[in-house]
Design a protein around this ligand. Structure first.
Ligand SMILES: *Cc1c(COP(=O)(O)O)cnc(C)c1O
Length: 415
């Protein structure tokens, strides 16, 4: 993977600042372009939301807002408050996720958010009680743990025993109950099958199965109109550089055909995208503090590890790495460096699970250089265990698209 001159320049400027040994660099230009592009190719029935757990930093929320997403998919009260602070109106928020607390449900009802996506029978009863006390009726989608499965995804969210959603087989029993609750308005289905899908056909197969399910439900239960169908997230990112990038235009074409085939032109379809929008707008940068040879393999030790960037270890994958040479003079004549070989990269934590890359080919690296981990804009800092070993948290530096200078980010809202 290559990085642009602009990003390389920003990395150099930032690392020359005293003590800035690890940091995230964000440039949301790509995220903005992707949103604009999706809005232009998707069928007009599709509403694109940003799933903010991918990156809750205010720069990403602003990018989503300015590029014109319909709203934000939240999965906690904290995310909801950040989205409001970023300027999204409450009726632009949709709330998903298991184990929503009474406080979170109250907050959602009081603010009249757009839809709450119900994950269980307990949750829908709890919500109905809260709505009754507030004299309000809340729009909901029912999240279904479908009986189908997507192949080749990084993570699947339906099929098998799950805490997410209501098992498809239980709908025949639960739907009449849900439809009978006085303060709940059923608006449709949410079926998020899998994350990190690169094959358009796999996601389209999910869409087709969901359409089928929606039609079945409408035919079986009186008053169960599925006006809204939410496919969740799932557009993949090519972390392994297999050049198999997800093709949104082919997805859009396929979906357009399905909408016509089922005559679903009068519905709204929701995409809640996280990774696809955010991943290539962030880089995790960390200084190489040590390189040593251990039993035939070089161990590259960086200033930050899984405490800053847990994703490669959590998913057992290597992100693309670029080394920015900083031309530091060696401390002693036989100091090790890396030259066209496979190495391990790990941080300063005292456990061997602290790996940033396993067995990865590096052209050249020296102590003092900066290792840049690409595609780190999604599920980066907020998914890491920052407190472990009490190292300093990395700065989050935002390069504003309209200016080319490097500036400190605004304080992190969820910090
Ligand atoms: C995490 C999540 C998303 C975003 O998934 P991506 O794979 O990042 O696109 C969307 N919807 C729900 C309910 C989620 O939990």
């Amino acid at each position: 993977m290559i990085i642009s001159e602009k990003i390389e320049h920003a990395v150099r400027v930032q690392s020359n600042k005293n003590g800035a040994r690890s940091f995230y660099l964000y440039d949301t230009t790509s995220m903005r372009n992707k949103i604009t592009y999706l809005k232009s190719v998707m069928p007009q029935e599709v509403d694109v939301f940003y799933a903010m757990k991918a990156n809750p930093h205010p720069a990403f929320l602003s990018a989503a807002q300015e590029a014109g997403v319909i709203g934000i998919e939240i999965a906690s009260l904290g995310e909801g408050e950040s989205a409001l602070k970023a300027g999204f109106e409450a009726n632009r928020l949709i709330f998903t996720g298991p184990g929503k607390s009474p406080e979170e449900l109250c907050w959602s009802v009081e603010n009249s958010i757009r839809t709450i996506h119900i994950e269980s029978l307990t949750e829908v009863y709890r919500l109905n009680e809260i709505c009754k006390k507030s004299h309000k009726v809340q729009d909901i989608l029912v999240r279904v743990n479908a009986n189908f499965d997507i192949h080749g995804a990084q993570a699947t969210f339906s099929g098998g025993s799950r805490k997410l959603g209501i098992d498809e087989e239980k709908l025949s029993e639960y739907m009449p109950i849900i439809l009978g609750l006085d303060f709940i308005r059923f608006r449709g289905l949410h079926v998020y099958a899998a994350s990190g899908v690169l094959k358009v056909e796999d996601l389209l197969m999910n869409c087709k199965l969901v359409f089928h399910l929606a039609r079945n439900i409408e035919e079986t239960f009186n008053g169960a109109a599925c006006d809204i169908i939410d496919f969740g997230g799932g557009f993949g990112v090519d972390y392994l550089e297999s050049r198999e990038d997800f093709s949104p235009d082919r997805y859009a074409d396929g979906l357009r055909h399905l909408i016509t085939e089922y005559g679903f032109h009068d519905r709204r379809f929701v995409l809640e995208l996280g990774r696809y929008l955010a991943a290539d707008s962030g880089w995790y940068c960390t200084e190489i503090l040590d390189i040593k040879e251990s039993r035939g393999i070089k161990q590259v030790v960086t200033a930050g590890g899984t405490n800053h960037f847990r994703r490669p270890a959590a998913l057992s994958i290597n992100h693309p790495v670029v080394i920015i040479p900083m031309k530091q003079s060696p401390l002693f004549s036989s100091q090790e460096n890396v030259y066209k070989e496979k190495v391990y990269i790990g941080g300063p934590l005292c456990n061997s699970a602290d790996k940033l890359a396993n067995d990865i080919f590096i052209d050249e690296a020296h102590v003092g250089d900066i290792a840049v981990f690409c595609l780190a804009g999604a599920y980066g800092l907020s998914m890491s265990h920052m407190e472990f070993l009490s190292h300093a948290r990395p700065d989050e530096i935002v390069i504003f698209p309209e200016k080319d200078g490097v500036e400190y980010a605004y304080p992190h809202l969820c910090g």
